[in-house]
Design a protein. Sequence first.
Lengths: 457, 457
Amino acid sequence: MFTRDIYIARRQKLKETIKSGVLLFLGNELSAMNYVDNTYTFRQDSTFLYYFGIDQEGLVAIIDLDEEKEIIFGDELSIDHIVWMGNLPTLKERADQVGAETRPSGSLAEALKGRKVHYLPPYRPEHQIKLANWLGKSLNEVDSGVSEEMIIAIGEQRLIKGVEEIEQMEEAASITADMHLAAMRYAKPGMTEAQVAAKVREVALADGNDVSFPIIATINGQTLHNHYHGNTISEGDLFLLDTGASNKMHYAGDMTRTFPVGPKFSEQQKDVYTIVLEAFYNSLNILKPGINYKEAHFAACETIFEGLKSLGITKGDTGEAVANGAHALFMPHGVGHLLGLDVHDMENFGEEYIGYAGEKKSSQFGLKSLRLGRMLKPGFAVTIEPGIYFIPELIDLWQAESKHGEFINYAKLADYRSFGGIRIEEDAVVTDSSYKVLGKPLAKTIQEVEMERAKAF
Amino acid sequence: MFTRDIYIARRQKLKETIKSGVLLFLGNELSAMNYVDNTYTFRQDSTFLYYFGIDQEGLVAIIDLDEEKEIIFGDELSIDHIVWMGNLPTLKERADQVGAETRPSGSLAEALKGRKVHYLPPYRPEHQIKLANWLGKSLNEVDSGVSEEMIIAIGEQRLIKGVEEIEQMEEAASITADMHLAAMRYAKPGMTEAQVAAKVREVALADGNDVSFPIIATINGQTLHNHYHGNTISEGDLFLLDTGASNKMHYAGDMTRTFPVGPKFSEQQKDVYTIVLEAFYNSLNILKPGINYKEAHFAACETIFEGLKSLGITKGDTGEAVANGAHALFMPHGVGHLLGLDVHDMENFGEEYIGYAGEKKSSQFGLKSLRLGRMLKPGFAVTIEPGIYFIPELIDLWQAESKHGEFINYAKLADYRSFGGIRIEEDAVVTDSSYKVLGKPLAKTIQEVEMERAKAF
């Protein structure tokens, strides 16, 4: 459990890394949808949750390294609010539970005056405005004044998941598996993608959780950034579901399955699925401390390129093809990313600090979309999510210039033009010697998936 | 249907009201949840939808009254985007469908330079920042520089719903009724509030719609701003569900029902329910052109005060009690609000312009929460939502000072302390002679509600 001591220890560790100044933690506000008082579901800032744990809007916290104080700035509810909101724990009570003191929000600007203030890159515009006001800076100065020292210190700390966090991530992954299982047992020809997505969302919400990112639920798996749910699904289609739970403590799950809309995969679908599944295992099995995550990426790329040879789609030397990026016609994305409180953990900190830790990122098509390219340590949590896609727009683009013609049989691709895409994804944490997959098992082989699909009919 | 001509005609009407300068319409952006690229569901700005209809992020439009131009500023997708997003209609194609021309987003600032620019009150911080940049103003100057002329002209236009809008609102209300019906037939003792709310959300999402505001689904109906869904529901509890659909065109429904968690209402619950239902009808029946909406509010307040007399809770002259605000112990909110593209239609424009149109708003407890207090015209769409609540914190507060002691039997209230709250709400549009309730009929009488509840058991 997330005891008072855990929050105190987390802040203590951070205090041992940065020695002076004020560390500023901006909690989130409610975000307006179509007018100020009609808001999206509140999501607290992940770093605020990590160090101060209070899941409530309108708070800002500081760790004052010079004065040795840990203070949450915020206001208690008035009696008017209590009448409308009910009797809630006071802010002081909540702050006590995480070992911090409280002060009225109006006293924050004064507390920052003339101090060296460290802050993380703001990802919401209201944070930019607040920082500008508190620090007497322009908005541009706010953006350029972020603390590299704070980014790195917090990044390194949040990267290593504690046992209490892995417990939460196991739960998030298990809820995610339940969401997938519900879809597999529910989807039928004639439904819309929206109906399946709605069922998935229901499972997430019913137990007080929600989704960690917008649901991808599509018969056009080849369209990678696809949040359209308007298609009717038919026998013969592949259904790609990429979804994850955000559990009550806001840890993220993120899994993908691809299943036939009918009860069975076609032979062509089985061929490609088998390659993706092999790529998944070959990539996953790379994970261990001391290995660069890029190796897991390349393992998937090579398996995919090699596998597609057996279908007559690719040709030539696999190592050379992957080094040149020819496989990226079929898998233009990276094999996975960091996972934690954020589904792309700490993405707002900047990939150069977190995903790459100063290592140079490739600009090659495909590889440039890999979000993690650093040495793994025990406690890193990652996804593994290889895929094979037949993207007509991309095929046409490459074919027009015979790109990587020595590695790709473009003529053969005509048979796959309307294939769609397949992706398989799970979540794992790096252990002392290898890795552990998170969450309860979920149908993954062709046989397992078809067994679950049979229950929908 | 929403033809090109409708959008042209809407803009034409606006152009006849405001004669010079540039009218600026800020479309919305995707809003960051926990980092820039993990976003909430996109919600286009309602006024942008009304005049320009394009449901896509990253757009800004102007009506240049001096140059007689109607331009949407935005950028076409690059081939990179098409690879990831699929082949979508171009911006130019979409703009053609609403009769506007397009220009690259980068040319907007130039188009505004040195012009008299009218804009509406910004309700998202990124809009404040953009306006400050485009207009060379400080954020404070942006807030104080909104165009009263534009607010009033658009307000008066959007207030009168066209036939094509009423069609959409009928649909939104019917989906809303389906959401309620699903809950009534699903909720059972032992479930959590979250399970019921999740079912409601599923119904909204399954047909490609969503909710128009966060779902209130609670056994603590007396807590008015209640979005907590963590309670387990039990025989004897009342379940208050206040929810609405936002349909594909983003018109809002907003209905409330209160039903017993067991199959039947208790006698005490029936007594109070009967009063609320009577208040609902007495308020609804007031609606017609030329009447001030306050009359509908007072009709509900008087029915409630009068009805509670029969239970021994209130006493004295009803007219005097309501004039003094004594009823507000039981109904501290207003009887309803405007409805349209926004569930509180145009709330971001400012109540003084829209809900009250210059009429003075009361500061009396209860009445100060009434969001609409002006004369009704044909085409106004409103909710009617009276309720009776027993709010322990408020009862204690008033009782301690014997507030309105001549009208309230505080001793009697002990029997109702854990009663909770009941609200009944429907949507209606003012017609030429009276009103029309929107959407398909939904169980509302005690008998009808108990019939639906029987299906859950």
